[in-house]
Write a protein that binds this ligand. Structure first.
Ligand SMILES: Cc1ncc(COP(=O)(O)O)c(C=O)c1O
Length: 385
């Protein structure tokens, strides 16, 4: 029996057994290369193209524009570098200060090559003001990239408004929808590029997609056999792509009930955790993804909190998975103005389709004692921060 309580679904979600079952034949019997001409190859090609159509349908997108990648990090990089290389005349990119590192670091790299990068600040809940984007656009602007839902705070960004204003100014708009896809409606009609990742949707790791408007020129990052209409070479990850589509189909089918259940759990988490003295919610109660809640605890190190919870059978995180081993406080918490000592004491709780009421009860029963124990040995006092 699994006695663990897994509350780190924003880092990754457990593979759905139905998704696993859909993938299995493509590891074994249906092992063909999707570029081969024979029966096995044709079978693999059909699986890839069926998956492309299914994912496109979930996004109301043209299947021609779906490019399979190794995940959202590659999709984000392809959006930024692929466009920058195709339009070298435009050397200005706008993003928010709280984007994932898969956006921020490519932008940092381009900045070193002489690009202008405008990093739009956010308010104290993490929201971007669309007017700041309108003000930042100029005739050099190549792309605006604003995530749909933040992976640390859960906050939803006003991407419909931002997409519409970009379109009115003839500037391309990209959104990293890794956490939002399958959980909220995406205004795909006012978006030019969307990044997705399967493993945040109870699908497999190592596969994702960039949805781009068909006909948009993206210079490839990976050159080779010309797969994915020449945009992304490399033998297709057939079993991964099949799993991605299967996860996507299940997410669409289950979304309504799942979102309702997780929103209820999120409210319980917020109400329960804020009863602990010296605690703050990072982000907002409303206008947020249903599965992510982020807190800070005064006079505590987030890493110690995560380790103590782990000892008691609870998996959580201090922030994004990528920054967990890093002692720098999260750039997201700094951007929303969380005082540095509080930013060091952060805890992100994130739920998935397997989360039960018992998980929420376990967390709320365990956390106050763990916080109290850590504070009793902390050199800082509650009133210090
Ligand atoms: C918002 C966001 N973008 C991008 C990524 C990277 O996705 P992948 O793990 O598929 O590369 C993540 C994963 O942490 C994420 O949460």
């Amino acid at each position: 029996m699994n006695t663990r309580t897994y509350l780190d679904n924003a880092a990754t979600t457990p593979l759905d057994p139905e998704v696993f079952a859909a993938m299995l034949p493509y590891f074994q019997r249906k092992h063909g290369n999707a570029s081969s001409l024979h029966e096995e190859g044709r079978q693999a090609r059909k699986a890839v193209e069926d998956a492309r159509r299914l994912i496109a349908e979930a996004l109301s997108w043209d299947p021609e524009g779906i490019v399979f990648t190794s995940g959202a990090t590659e999709a984000d990089n392809l959006a930024i570098f692929g466009l920058a290389r195709s339009r070298p005349d435009r050397r200005h990119i706008i993003c928010s200060a709280i984007e994932h590192h898969a956006i921020l670091h490519p932008c940092d790299w381009l900045e070193q090559q002489g690009y202008r990068i405008t990093r739009i600040p956010v308010d104290t809940t993490g929201r971007v003001n669309p007017q700041s984007i309108a003000d930042a656009i100029d005739d050099q602007t190549l792309l605006v990239s604003i995530m749909a839902g933040n992976n640390e705070l859960g906050i939803l960004e006003p991407i419909r408004e931002i997409g519409e204003l970009c379109r009115a100014r003839s500037v391309l708009f990209h959104t990293d929808a890794v956490q939002a896809f399958g959980r909220v409606d995406l205004p795909t009609e006012s978006t030019d590029l969307i990044s997705l990742s399967a493993h945040k949707l109870h699908g497999p790791k190592g596969v994702g997609a960039l949805a781009a408007r068909p006909g948009m020129r993206l210079v490839p990052l990976v050159h080779g056999g010309g797969h994915e209409r020449g945009v992304r070479s490399g033998t297709e990850n057939v079993h991964g792509i099949v799993g991605f589509a299967s996860a996507c189909r299940l997410m669409v089918e289950r979304r309504e009930t799942l979102v309702e259940r997780l929103s209820g759990f999120r409210k319980q988490l917020i109400d329960g955790v804020l009863r602990i003295p010296g605690t703050r919610l990072n982000g907002d109660r409303s206008g947020s993804l249903p599965h992510i809640a982020n807190f800070s605890f005064a006079a505590i190190e987030g890493e110690s909190l995560v380790m103590k919870l782990d000892e008691r059978g609870i998996a959580a995180s201090t922030g994004s998975a990528c920054s967990s081993p890093n002692l720098e406080p999260s750039h997201v918490l700094q951007a929303i103005g969380v005082p540095i000592e509080m930013a060091h004491g952060s805890l992100r709780l994130s739920m998935g389709q397997q989360t039960t009421q018992a998980d929420i009860d376990t967390l709320l029963r365990t956390l106050p004692g763990v916080v109290e124990d850590l504070r009793s040995i902390s050199p800082f006092k509650l009133g210090d921060s």
